[in-house]
Ligand binder design. Structure first.
Ligand code: C2E
Ligand code: CA
Ligand code: CA
Length: 765
C-alpha cells in the first residue's frame, strides 16, 4: 500500500493545518523552507503551534520539543514581564507585520540569542494565532555590548588611574579598585589577594553577590587553591588566565559555588606585580560569556599595571613610614613609636588599675666606642646590645632605641615596685650580660638606668619619658646603676635648663672674665708665671667658680667659643702688662679636650697670639690626659704645631687619668702639673710621697718641668723643694686674683730690690 506523504504541520494542530490549507502550497514554501526561523504560536497561551526547520536549527530544540514549550520557556526569567505585556497588546484592527526588537532568547544549550521579531496576527477560525519571523541580531548585539564593555573598562581604568595618586594605603587601593570594577565595570564580583610570604591573603572584595572576604578567606584556607585553578596558574606564571565560558571549566564553576557567587559566566585572574615579583592577583567575574578577550584584556592589563604601580608606590611610602617609626640599625621602634606604644600601654594599665615602668638605659662611653670602632663597628655593637636587651625586655614591642646609645624599655602590668627593683638586680641591666665581641676584641659596655612609674611619675607618655630621662641624668651624675624618678630631679633638670640659658646669655654678654693665680719658681722664690682661671661674673649669682659651669659648657659645646675667648683675653693681658712696664710673664691657659678636637684649634691659637707666633708669645697651654681619648694622632699633630709657635704645653691634673706613664714620651709636651690630690697627701702619706718623687724624677729624665698645684702649707712646700720640684702654685702664695689685683701683686714683687727676699721667706720658713 502506497502511503501518501503527510504534510508535517498537520500532525497536532488542527488550526494550523486549517490555516496551511487555506494558504495552499505557498505555505510550504513560505514557512517550511524559509531560511529565517519562524513559528506560529497561540496569542493567548504563547504556546508554539508550529515551528520551521530554520528555528529548529537556530535554537537546538527538536520540533516536538518546541511544540511542548511556550515563548516563556525560551526567554530568560527576567524578560517574562515584557513578554506578557507584549502578548496582551493584541490589536485586532491592525493588519500587517508588527516589529518587536531586542529579545533575548536562550538556546537549548543555554547560550544567548538576540533577536528582533516580526509578527503577524493570523485570522483563522478558533483560537487567535500569530506568525513570527525571527531575525538573529546576536552579532550586532555582541558588538554593541563589546563597545559598551570597552567603555566601562576605560571608566574603570581612569578610576584606577586616579587611585594611583590618591590612595594612601594598600587597603584603600585594593578596596577602591574592587569597587570600581563592580560599580563602573559591571562585573559581578571583584576581589584581590596578595602573596604574603607563603600565604595567600584575600585583602579586598566587592560584588553584588554574597561572597565576602571571610568566605574567600575560608575557601582559600579550607581546601586551598587547586594547582590548576586560574588564580594558582596566574600566580605561578605571572600571566593572566581568562575563562570565557565557565561551563567549559567545571572546576571553576565549583570554585564559584564555593565562593558563593552565582550567575558567573566568565572569569579572569590577573596577576599583580611589585617590581618583577608576582605580589597578588585581581580576580574578576562577569555574568556573560566571552568578556575577557582582545581589547578588554588589554585594558584590564593596564588596570592591573596601575594597581601594581600603586602598590609599589605605597610600599615605598610605607618604607618611609618605617623609617619614621623604626630605627634602621637595630630595627627596634624609635622614640616616636615608643611614645605611641606607651600611650596604648598606659591606656591598658589605667583600665586594669595597674602601674607600668618606663626605663631609659644609657650605654656609658658609647660616643667614644663609636669614634674608636667607626660607624659600622658602632652599629654592630648597638645591634648586639639590642639583642641582649630583647631577652630581658620581654619582647620587641617593649623595647625601642631612643637615640645614640639610649634604649627605652616598657615594663607593663607592674604589681609592686619591689617587683621592679627585683628585676633590675639582673646584672644584664648594667653590664649587658658581659663583654660584646667585635672584630676579635671583647668590649665591656656598662649602662645606667633612669626609671619613671605610671601613674605616679606622669600619665602622659612624654612626661614619663622626660622623667625617666631626669632620673637617668641623676643616675649618671651620681654613678648609680639605676635611679627611680623623684620630683627633686625635675627641679634639678629645670635648674640645669635655666643654667644653660643663662650661660648662653653670659657668653653673648661677655660675662666670663679671667682671674690669675701666680706660679712660683721653687729654687729662687720668684713669680715665674700665672695660670688664667675663668670666672663667671653673673649679675644674679655674683662671681661663679668654674667647677659649676665648665662641665656644662663642655656638654653644651659652648666651651669651644668660651675657651677661644679665654685664649685671646690671656694673650691680650700679656700685651697689656708689658705695655704697663712689667717684665714679661708666661700665662697658662686651660684648654678643654673638646677644643683640642677642633680641626681649627691651631688657627684659633695663632689668631689669639697674632704676630708673636713663632717667637715667645708668653702663653702656655694646660691640657689634661683625657684629650688622649679618641683620635690621638690628630691631637698630637696639633700639639706639635702649637709648640712650633713657641707655646709650651703642660699636662694638667697629672697622675689622675692614666695609671701608666708609658704614653708620656710620645707626647710633645714641656711640663707636667702634679694634681692637687697628691700634694694634699704629701706630708702625711709615705706612698703619696714616693709617687710624687717618682713622677718628678721620671719627668726630669725626659726633660720636663714639674709644677705642683694646690700647695697650701709650708710643709708641703718643703717636701717639694726636697724632691726638686720646679714650680709651685697654691693658696700658700695666693689665690687666683682679678686682673688689677694680680697686676698690683706683680708690680710689688717686680719692683722689690733684686736682693730683697721677695717670697724667699716662704722657702726659708
Ligand atoms: P685647674 O686647672 O686644676 O685649676 C686649678 C684649680 O685649683 C683652680 O680652681 C684654683 O683656684 C684651685 N687652686 C689653686 N690653688 C689651690 C689651693 O692651694 N687649694 C685649693 N683648694 N685650690 C687651689 P678654679 O679656678 O675653681 O678652677 C677649677 C677648674 O676649672 C680648673 O682646674 C680648670 O680645670 C677649670 N678651668 C678654669 N679656667 C678654665 C678655662 O679658662 N678653660 C677651661 N677649659 N677650664 C678652666
Ligand atoms: Ca689648670
Ligand atoms: Ca689642675
Amino acid at each position: 500500500m502506497v502511503q501518501r506523504k503527510q504534510p508535517r504541520h498537520r500532525a497536532q494542530r488542527p488550526e494550523v493545518t486549517a490555516f496551511a490549507r487555506a494558504c495552499g502550497p505557498g505555505f510550504e514554501l513560505l514557512f517550511e523552507q524559509n531560511p529565517l526561523p519562524m513559528w506560529i504560536y497561540s496569542a493567548r497561551t504563547a504556546r508554539f503551534l508550529e515551528v520551521n526547520e530554520a528555528a529548529v536549527q537556530a535554537y537546538g530544540y527538536s520540533r516536538n520539543e518546541f511544540l511542548a514549550k511556550s515563548l516563556y520557556d525560551i526567554g530568560p526569567p527576567d524578560e517574562r514581564e515584557r513578554l506578557r505585556a507584549e502578548l496582551g497588546r493584541r490589536d485586532c484592527r491592525r493588519t500587517g507585520f508588527r516589529r518587536s526588537q531586542g529579545w533575548r532568547h536562550l538556546r537549548k544549550d543555554g547560550s544567548t540569542l538576540w533577536v528582533d521579531i516580526h509578527s503577524l496576527d493570523l485570522h483563522s477560525r478558533g483560537a487567535p494565532m500569530r506568525l513570527a519571523i525571527v531575525h538573529d541580531i546576536s552579532e550586532m548585539k555582541r558588538s554593541e555590548e563589546a563597545v559598551a564593555r570597552l567603555y566601562r573598562m576605560s571608566t574603570v581604568l581612569s578610576g584606577v588611574n586616579g587611585l594611583v595618586v590618591r590612595a594612601r594605603s594598600h587597603e584603600e587601593l585594593f578596596r577602591e579598585a574592587c569597587r570600581l570594577a563592580v560599580e563602573k565595570g559591571g562585573f559581578l564580583l571583584a576581589w584581590i589577594l596578595v602573596v604574603d610570604g607563603d600565604r595567600l591573603r584575600p585583602v579586598a572584595c566587592h560584588g553584588s553577590v554574597t561572597a565576602g572576604l571571610d568566605t574567600i578567606g575560608a575557601a582559600l584556607q579550607g581546601r586551598g587553591l587547586p594547582a590548576d585553578s586560574p588564580v594558582a596558574v596566574a600566580l605561578r606564571t605571572g600571566q593572566p588566565v581568562a575563562c570565557n565560558d565557565i561551563d567549559r571549566q567545571p572546576g571553576l564553576a565549583a570554585c564559584c559555588a564555593q565562593l558563593g557567587v552565582s550567575g558567573v559566566r566568565s572569569s579572569l585572574a590577573q596577576p599583580l606585580f611589585v617590581g618583577s615579583r608576582v605580589a597578588g592577583c585581581l580576580c574578576l567575574y562577569a555574568g556573560e560569556t566571552g568578556v575577557f578577550t582582545g581589547e578588554e584584556m588589554k585594558l584590564l592589563g593596564e588596570v592591573a599595571g596601575d594597581i601594581s604601580y600603586s602598590m609599589e608606590f605605597i610600599s615605598r611610602d610605607e618604607k618611609l613610614d618605617y623609617i619614621a617609626f623604626y630605627d634602621p640599625v637595630t630595627h627596634l621602634a624609635n622614640r616616636s613609636l615608643l611614645t605611641e606604644r606607651l600611650a596604648q600601654f598606659t591606656r591598658a594599665a589605667r583600665e586594669v588599675r595597674q602601674q607600668l615602668a618606663v626605663l631609659l638605659l644609657d650605654l656609658q662611653r658609647f660616643g667614644a666606642v663609636n669614634t674608636a670602632l667607626g660607624r659600622e663597628g658602632g652599629d654592630a655593637v648597638l645591634k648586639a646590645v639590642a639583642e641582649r636587651l630583647q631577652g630581658v625586655a620581654g619582647g620587641p614591642a617593649n623595647l625601642a632605641r631612643v637615640s645614640g646609645g639610649q634604649f627605652g624599655i616598657v615594663v607593663p602590668a607592674l604589681k609592686t615596685l619591689e617587683e621592679l627593683t627585683g628585676t633590675l638586680q639582673d646584672p644584664v641591666w648594667w653590664n649587658l650580660g658581659g663583654p660584646i665581641r667585635h672584630g676579635g676584641a671583647e668590649l665591656q659596655l656598662n649602662a645606667r638606668l633612669g626609671v619613671a612609674i605610671f601613674p605616679d611619675d606622669g600619665d602622659e607618655p612624654e612626661t614619663l619619658l622626660r622623667n625617666a630621662e631626669a632620673a637617668l641624668q641623676q643616675a649618671k651624675a651620681q654613678g648609680e646603676r639605676f635611679l627611680l624618678y623623684t620630683k627633686e630631679m625635675t627641679a634639678a633638670i629645670h635648674e640645669r635648663h635655666s643654667l644653660e640659658l643663662r650661660l648662653r646669655r653670659a657668653q653673648a654678654h661677655g660675662e666670663f672674665v679671667l682671674y690669675y693665680q701666680p706660679k712660683l719658681s721653687i729654687p729662687n722664690g720668684r713669680i715665674c708665671g700665672a695660670e688664667a682661671l675663668i670666672r663667671w661674673n653673673s649679675p644674679e649669682l655674683g662671681v661663679v667658680p668654674p667647677a659649676r659651669f665648665i662641665p656644662v659648657l663642655e656638654d653644651m659645646g659652648l666651651i669651644v667659643e668660651v675657651g677661644r675667648q679665654a685664649l685671646r683675653e690671656a694673650a691680650d693681658a700679656v700685651m697689656r702688662w708689658s705695655a704697663q712696664g712689667l717684665a714679661p710673664l708666661p700665662v697658662s691657659v686651660n684648654v678643654s679636650p673638646l677644643q683640642l678636637r677642633q680641626a681649627d684649634f691651631v688657627q684659633t691659637l695663632r689668631d689669639a697670639i697674632g704676630a708673636r707666633a713663632g717667637r715667645n708669645p708668653h702663653i702656655e697651654l694646660e691640657v689634661t690626659e683625657s684629650m688622649l681619648l679618641g683620635d690621638t694622632d690628630a691631637v698630637i699633630r696639633r700639639l706639635r704645631r702649637v709648640r712650633e709657635m713657641g707655646v709650651p704645653i703642660a699636662i694638667d691634673d697629672f697622675g689622675t687619668g692614666y695609671s701608666s706613664l708609658s704614653y708620656l714620651p710620645k707626647l710633645p709636651i714641656d711640663a707636667v702639673k702634679i694634681d692637687r690630690s697628691f700634694i694634699t697627701g704629701l706630708a702625711d702619706n709615705a706612698d703619696t710621697m714616693s709617687i710624687v718623687s717618682t713622677i718628678i724624677s721620671l719627668a726630669h729624665s725626659m726633660g720636663l718641668r714639674v709644677i705642683a698645684e694646690g700647695v697650701e702649707t709650708h710643709e708641703q712646700l718643703r717636701f717639694l723643694r726636697m724632691l726638686k720640684c720646679d714650680e709651685m702654685q697654691g693658696f700658700l702664695i695666693s689665690k687666683s686674683l682679678p686682673e688689677h689685683e694680680f697686676v698690683a701683686l706683680l708690680r710689688r714683687m717686680q719692683q722689690a730690690p733684686a736682693d730683697a727676699p721677695s717670697l724667699g721667706w716662704l722657702l726659708a720658713s
